[in-house]
Design a protein around this ligand. Structure first.
Ligand code: FES
Ligand SMILES: [Fe+2]
Length: 441
């Protein structure tokens, strides 16, 4: 079937969404065209390409792209596609190209900013339409590429709001990642975790902001961590703070996750309040706070540290956890396959113990051996299977529907609720992007 705009709009109702939004291949293609190949999509952090010649691959919608650092120190976002006969220029996920890019097929050479340098057998092109100055024979640049505080994004649409406008208030997530560094600088730690989720990309975004799932999904992990903590306490030992990252899942019970507010921001972005109490009164934290005071002054430092957000979703592709220096990005591959990258950042100037603490969270939640991510991945896979059946046509987002409040364009969840406001809010933005309402958005 070919979807009309009114048929697409009818998939989203105020309190429920049709399952076809998650499983239909044509809808997926339209999402790539109207959302992922139009909006600002995350490419990577500037510290991933420190030296001239460094490159890092990233997929934007269905397009193979790469971020490169050229000899002027500038970052470029290019299509990873040779203008000769189509070969990908770089096949390793990351590396250093040296002075020039050299296509492995017939040795066309390119500058690090994509300009054609030379072609072998140049004489053979005389009298043809080949023109070395024609951009059609250079590595194509993303129509728009920009960064916000060192985080690079690309938009494959020529027009539309600039990056800062697109991020709006949600840019606070990236400010927080940087401003929490006493030196005002961060750098990526090693490489990321790469994972294929056997599920639709929207299930991931919904889960990140879903306060009603940790007490249920991660109950067994939380209970195991809690019992280890109790054993240690019985033996007079102090459990490390990182164990609390897991035992927190059961601290609130399933129903007790109603204390944490959520918002729906314009453009589809969302936030979930923090719940972890990441500012204990211990020597490591106090040392870190002292360094922040020294760098920013007490008032400004308190303003930075006083922001307590667990997750910020930058629609449609990022989930950021500012107090834990973590950023995830997703790259949809098909209706039921999504590549995720999970990145960790080091706060320059922070005590080593603070780095180790957040690194512990990164491993405990994301590593291949953790039960936390495995439980999430399994649920999304099960949801995808369920949504592929026609047992019922609708996905329910009814919790606290009709009770959201709005102020200055921001939607707030009802107090003391585990509202499904963020899911409703994201799907309403989805509907607008997918139909004429979102044209140029
Ligand atoms: S395909 Fe790249 S040089 Fe021929
Ligand atoms: Fe989870």
């Amino acid at each position: 079937m070919t979807w009309s705009e009114s048929e697409i709009a009818a998939l989203v109702e105020p309190d429920r969404v049709h399952r076809k939004a998650y499983v239909d291949p044509e809808i997926f293609d339209l999402e790539m065209e109207r959302i992922f190949e139009r909006l600002w999509i995350y490419i990577g952090h500037e510290s991933q390409v420190k030296e001239p010649g460094d490159y890092y691959l990233a997929r934007v919608g269905r397009q193979p792209m790469m971020m490169t650092r050229d000899w002027n120190g500038e970052i470029n976002v290019l299509y990873n596609r040779c203008p000769h006969r189509g070969a990908q220029i770089c096949s390793a996920r990351k590396g250093n190209a040296g002075k020039l890019f050299r296509c492995s097929y017939h040795a066309w050479m390119f500058e690090l900013d994509g300009r054609l340098d030379s072609v072998p057998g140049a004489k053979g092109y005389e009298g043809t339409r080949f023109d070395p100055n024609d951009p059609a024979f250079h590595l194509r640049k993303a129509p728009r590429a920009d960064n916000y505080r060192g985080f690079w994004f690309a938009s494959l649409a020529e027009d539309g709001p600039d990056l800062k406008t697109h991020l709006g208030r949600a840019g606070l997530a990236l400010d927080q990642l940087v401003d929490r560094s006493p030196d005002g600088e961060i750098e990526v730690v090693g490489d990321c975790f790469h994972m294929i989720q056997q599920s639709n990309w929207k299930l991931f975004l919904e889960n990140q902001i879903d306060a009603s799932h940790p007490g249920a999904t991660h109950e067994s992990t939380g209970a195991a961590a809690r019992s280890v903590e109790n054993e240690m306490k019985k033996d007079g030992e102090d459990p490390p703070m990182s164990y609390g990252f897991l035992s927190d899942f059961v601290r609130h019970g399933i129903d007790g996750w109603d204390k944490f507010g959520t918002t729906g921001l314009p453009q589809g972005h969302c936030t979930l309040e923090g719940y972890m109490g990441l500012r204990p009164d211990d020597p490591d934290t106090n040392e870190y706070v002292e360094r922040m005071y020294a760098s920013y002054g007490e008032d400004k430092a308190e303003e930075i540290l006083g922001v307590d957000l667990h997750h910020v979703l930058l629609y449609p592709c990022n989930s950021v956890q500012p107090p834990l220096q973590q950023l995830r990005t997703i790259r949809p591959l098909s209706p039921n396959r999504t590549l995720s990258e999970i990145w960790h950042f080091r706060l320059k100037g922070a005590p080593e113990a603070i780095y180790q603490r957040s690194l512990a969270y990164y491993y405990l939640v994301n590593s291949p051996s953790t039960m936390v991510n495995a439980d999430d991945l399994f649920n999304w896979w099960k949801c995808q299977h369920g949504l592929e059946s026609n047992a019922t046509e609708w996905v329910s987002f009814h919790r606290n529907a009709g009770q959201d409040s709005e102020e200055n364009g921001i939607m707030y969840s009802a107090p003391s609720s585990m509202s499904e406001l963020p899911m409703r809010s994201m799907m309403h933005a989805w509907r607008d992007y997918m139909t004429a309402n979102g044209a140029g958005a």
